[in-house]
Ligand binder design. Structure first.
Ligand SMILES: [Cu+2]
Length: 210
């Protein structure tokens, strides 16, 4: 019964927690008014847009001026490449950056960090998609075919190499010709000598027997 008294330990903890929650709620409600960060009003390309032509730059438009210094815009393509080129250009409420020629169809992520008019940094991301029809195709095809046409050129050189190999083998046959003749003569002389010696021995036997 006395546990419900306001002076009990349980009651004090409840009061403390309620007080902290009230203070937290007040600070959250006051925060936006005190900082007044810039907010993105519009962009080119727009968030979520699908493009039929390639954008040459990204332009971000805010509700208040963007301060110089510490501004960055990164535009990451489907291949992971950052297509943003050069420095962020600040012009009043606009922050823009040039783009390298986009070569990939697919989703691009714009990641920006700008300095609000109140001096605080503001960062966020959005995406746009480049349709396949926006990517120019025929420009690269002729350049890719040229190296293939150059490859057959070494072929005549290989034919010349084959001809020189033939002349070498012909020389080899020419050398084996005389060698064969010499061997034939030597063998012929040997056979004739053996026959001659045999005939002489056969003739001497009757003579030596007498
Ligand atoms: Cu602020």
């Amino acid at each position: 019964m006395s546990a419900f008294s306001a002076s009990s330990p349980g009651g004090r903890i409840i009061a403390l927690v309620t007080g902290l929650l009230t203070a937290l709620a007040l600070s959250l409600g006051v925060a936006p008014t005190a900082h007044a960060h810039n907010t993105l009003v519009s962009s080119s390309p727009e968030d979520g847009a699908t493009l039929d032509s390639l954008p040459e730059k990204v332009v971000l438009t805010f509700n208040a001026e963007v301060l110089e210094g510490g501004n960055g815009i990164v535009v990451t393509g489907p291949d992971g490449t950052n297509y943003a080129s050069g420095d962020v250009v600040i012009d009043g409420v606009e922050a823009s950056i040039d783009l390298e020629p986009l070569t990939q169809p697919g989703e691009y992520t714009v990641e920006y960090r700008i300095i609000s008019a109140d001096g605080h940094p503001l960062s966020d991301t959005f995406t746009f998609t480049v349709d396949e029809s926006a990517i120019p195709e025929p420009t690269e095809s002729p350049a890719a075919e040229q190296p293939e046409e150059e490859e057959p050129t070494p072929a005549p050189a290989e034919t010349e190499g084959t001809e020189s190999e033939d002349s070498t083998s012909t020389t080899g046959v020419g050398l084996s010709g005389p060698l064969g003749a010499i061997l034939g003569i030597v063998l012929g002389i040997g056979v004739i000598a053996v026959i001659a010696i045999t005939i002489i021995r056969l003739r001497r036997r009757p003579g030596s027997g007498d």
